[in-house]
Design a protein around this ligand. Structure first.
Ligand SMILES: Nc1nc2c(ncn2[C@@H]2O[C@H](COP(=O)(O)OP(=O)(O)OP(=O)(O)O)[C@@H](O)[C@H]2O)c(=O)[nH]1
Length: 259
């Protein structure tokens, strides 16, 4: 009988929250109390059915509270898994999910999409010379500058260490160039405000005819960023994949300016 009432209480708590759970628990106890009275059972004391109803309500209340705590902790775990705690940007996992989704949308709508891969230059030296806490502060500063530079529809992530990724849905090479230039200004401002001589290397790949997998897209932007590192760091390289080459943008990964 308890389980008969417990099911709806648990479901109401899980999907509707504590109030809904307590509401259903109260209704269940009243109904149960009513059926006990209606059964005509000869209780040794008239208050026994009331006592039973209170005990059941207490049981439902505790169950409901435990379920709420469990649900809260699951929601928090999920949020933590999808967020980079240090910067508040997306985690790698969340970013890859969004990239998958945005690539599928871009393919369906035949719209372009740009992916940028950013890595701080000589970040290890900051950690080594100024300490890990200062390194963390720099990562947070970078995350804030990235957030400031992006549009609401763009997505940014810290993939790990000093590596960041930016996803710019709907942006072709020219649109991405404007955003990345804006990002460069934000980063220079943020770094100079922190009195740190820091630069970064960025690889920006625009997919004009998306049909590429998330893994390959990320690998292409990562490879382009490494090409910038190899050529001396502190620069941005743009690359356009698919469609006709755009005027003013090299599609061979050439460096186009400092970051
Ligand atoms: N402060 C801090 N450091 C981190 C964190 N995660 C990784 N690191 C450090 O970040 C550094 C990453 O260095 P790399 O990107 O490999 O090298 P780099 O010095 O930036 O050199 P280049 O990438 O070649 O310019 C390593 O020293 C890691 O220990 C973190 O969360 N906080």
């Amino acid at each position: 009988m308890s389980l008969f009432y417990l099911g709806p209480v648990a479901l109401a708590t899980w999907y509707g929250g504590r109030r809904a759970g307590i509401g259903i628990a109260s209704i269940s106890c009243v109904l149960w109390y009513g059926t006990q009275l209606a059964s005509g059972f000869p209780y040794s004391h008239p208050l026994i059915p009331v006592w039973n109803a209170l005990i059941r309500f207490g049981f439902f209340f505790v169950t409901s509270s435990l379920l709420m705590a469990l649900r809260g902790s699951l929601v928090e775990q999920r949020h933590l898994a999808r967020t980079d705690v240090l910067t508040g940007l997306c985690s790698r996992r969340a970013f890859e999910d969004r990239l998958d989704h945005e690539l599928a949308m871009a393919q369906r709508r035949s719209t372009p999409l740009t992916l940028a891969y950013l890595d701080l230059d000589d970040f290890k030296a900051v950690n080594d010379s100024l300490g890990h806490a200062e390194g963390d502060r720099l990562l947070r500063t970078t995350g804030q500058a990235v957030k400031k530079a992006l549009r609401k529809t763009d997505i940014a992530a810290r993939l790990g260490g000093d590596e960041f990724a930016l996803l710019l849905p709907g942006s072709n090479g020219h649109g991405a160039q404007r955003i990345v230039e804006h990002l460069g200004r934000e980063l220079r401002e943020a770094f100079s405000a922190s009195a740190l001589e820091i630069t970064c290397s960025i690889g920006v790949v625009s997919f004009l005819e998306p049909g590429v997998s998330a893994t390959d897209a990320l690998a292409a932007a990562d490879a382009l960023m490494y090409e910038v590192k190899r050529q001396g760091k502190a620069a941005v390289a743009f690359r356009v994949v698919g469609g006709a080459p755009l005027q003013g943008l090299r599609d061979d990964g050439a460096s186009t300016g400092g970051a």
